[in-house]
Design a protein around this ligand. Structure first.
Ligand code: SF4
Length: 459
């Protein structure tokens, strides 16, 4: 089936952004022996080690969310989960692959890590740091939902060495927040941000989403100006996508199954009566790109620098994002928690993706792995090319040095086409996205994939 250019520009169902390679759909449980073997090998020299911890609890489920999250767990369930994750970290710490290596970076993601109480966080972090200390880590990131923060919780995080606080703001408009299922209020953003600044966190990131349902130009401009007024160190702007398992996607699928009317009507029907006047269409890709372009221009006018397809930072030299830099350059990372992804000694690993299986395996002292994929040297090369292109820049010498490959020759046809189409420039040893190429780079990345991985469902 061919898809017209106009169809491609609509926000259809499915994943748009590329987060890994080879695609997740090729990871299998039959590869698990390779995962166990990877843990038994000593680490490759000079490869940094990271730890990702998935805290899968949220106050409510955002309608665009596709993560493994739970909104119905009580304090006893949470204690059970935190015990399991500590056990998982203990199992990992005992492997030859860790071998006394210090952690280079740590990331608490979710879900909503800040959903945990200050006491739960204090206990969890105290136990984790005994097993794998992060005092020497270059970065410890913690994701927060503004409405879950209190000052004493932030003090606990500061005391445990969190260096980078990431605030999931997404939008400032109360109706848009509510309609998209976000739990926080606008005033909670300012309150949380003020406390975080007062407590001196070294880096604060604000997440925004271009294209939440109900978004329009005037509101988006206000969101950008309000973000600028807060002056965060880093701003990450996602473009709304609709993977299959979100509430919005299910509403659309259900409606389409019952009717030949457009998906727009589904959203109108589902709109709560208290939000009249909202335009409930989902913006198409050109509109979302225009919003990101506007935001980038405004931030650059105010002294920020573009550091990737999704981020602007106050100062590229000092505002680093070590988690992303390390991971995209092939660092090792243990992905702990239900459904988490990691990459160890050349093997991709994902944990089992149900609560029951995850808890049961760890209570029995077993690895909680669900599927894996052992990468080849060529897979790793392509993975780095694809992911690093999202920073807008590829350094030919870096790949020559690491893989013994001149990527200008290895990917000559693809690079030539992308250059002719105006998405890239190649000057000497530097391959750079054009500004227009960068904000839509994800849709061009599959051309670098080996043939067996093209046109497959990504997840
Ligand atoms: S807060 Fe984040 S993880 Fe939780 S439901 Fe919303 S988008 Fe998903």
């Amino acid at each position: 089936m061919t898809v017209s250019a106009a169809e491609q520009e609509k926000t259809g169902l499915g994943n748009y952004f590329i987060a890994n390679y080879p695609p997740f759909s090729f990871w299998k449980n039959t590869f698990l022996p390779e995962a166990y073997a990877a843990l038994e090998r000593p680490p490759r020299p000079k490869v940094p080690l990271g730890l990702y911890l998935h805290i899968p609890f949220c106050r409510k489920r955002c309608k665009f969310c596709y993560f493994r999250v739970y909104t119905d767990k009580n304090a006893s369930d949470i204690a059970t989960y935190l015990d399991a994750i500590v056990r998982e970290v203990q199992l990992l710490a005992n492997t030859p692959c860790v071998g006394g290596r210090p952690l280079d970076y740590v990331y608490f993601g979710g879900g909503t890590p800040s959903y945990l109480s200050a006491a739960q966080l204090d206990d969890l972090m105290t136990r984790l740091r005994v097993i794998l200390p992060w005092d020497a880590a270059r970065e410890v990131t913690f994701e927060c939902e503004p409405g879950t923060l209190q000052k004493h919780k932030l003090e606990t995080l500061r005391r445990h060495g969190i260096t980078r606080l990431s605030l999931g703001v997404e939008n400032f408009n109360p109706e848009i927040l509510q309609y998209n299922g976000r739990a926080h209020l606008e005033e909670e953003i300012y309150r949380a941000y003020g406390w975080a600044r007062e407590l001196g966190f070294p880096q604060i990131n604000i997440d925004l989403i271009a294209g939440m349902v109900g978004e329009d130009w005037d509101n988006w401009k206000r969101c950008v100006q309000k973000t600028l007024a807060l002056a965060p160190d880093c701003v990450t702007i996602y473009q709304m996508e609709l993977p299959y398992n979100t509430v919005f996607s299910k509403e659309i699928q259900q409606f389409q199954a019952n009717s030949d009317r457009s998906a727009r009507m589904t959203l109108e029907l589902a709109a709560p009566p208290e939000t009249p006047g909202l335009d409930l269409t989902i913006a198409d890709w050109p509109t979302k790109r225009a919003w990101v372009r506007y935001a980038f221009d405004e931030f650059v006018k105010n002294g920020y620098e573009i550091s990737s397809a999704t981020t602007v930072v106050k100062n590229k030299a000092t505002t680093r994002f070590i988690y992303r830099e390390a991971l995209w350059r092939g660092a090792d990372m243990f992905g702990t928690g239900v459904a988490s992804f990691g990459h160890i000694n050349g093997v991709h690993i994902q944990n089992v993706d149900t609560w029951e299986a995850y808890i049961e395996k760890l209570q029995n002292g077993q690895w909680p792995f669900g599927r894996a994929f052992p990468t080849t040297e060529r897979d790793r090369l392509i993975r780095e090319v694809v992911l690093l292109l999202k920073t807008g820049h590829l350094d030919v010498a870096y790949f020559q040095d690491k893989y013994g490959v001149d990527i200008r020759r290895e990917f000559a046809d693809v690079l030539d086409q992308l250059t002719r189409d105006g998405w890239l420039t190649i000057r000497g040893e530097s391959i750079d996205c054009t500004p227009e190429g960068l904000i839509q780079i994800d849709r061009h990345l599959p051309v670098f994939f080996d043939p067996q991985y093209i046109s497959s469902r990504y997840t």
